[in-house]
Design a protein around this ligand. Structure first.
Ligand code: FES
Length: 101
């Protein structure tokens, strides 16, 4: 495991999200109530982007077929997906978001 500096903490204010491409993977970080939740931008049902999905509290709904996931854990909360999505750990160091990969 290693930490990658991806941006300043202030670049993802509360209530926003930002997408990053890291090692050929797209990762979205949501800031919900000043907590950051990084997930793969890849629905486990049929690989749709979750970037434009609807966020309801901690649940993201895939815009393609409506599967839902908890961004805190990656767990499926609504079919048709059956597999969780990958989540990541982060650390804040000197105002920078460091993603553990
Ligand atoms: S691709 Fe996301 S629910 Fe089908």
């Amino acid at each position: 495991m290693s930490l990658i500096n991806i941006c300043k903490y202030t670049e993802i204010p509360n209530g926003s999200k930002k997408k990053f491409e890291i090692n050929d993977k797209e990762i979205i970080i949501f800031n919900i109530n000043n907590h950051l939740f990084p997930i793969d931008n890849n629905c486990s049902h049929d690989e749709a982007s979750l970037e434009n999905g609807t966020l309801d509290e901690y649940e993201i709904e895939c815009p393609m077929h409506g599967a839902k996931f908890d961004v805190r854990t990656g767990e499926v909360t609504c079919l048709p997906a059956v597999s969780e999505i990958k989540t990541y750990k982060i650390e804040i160091i000197d105002d920078f978001i460091m993603l553990e990969i």
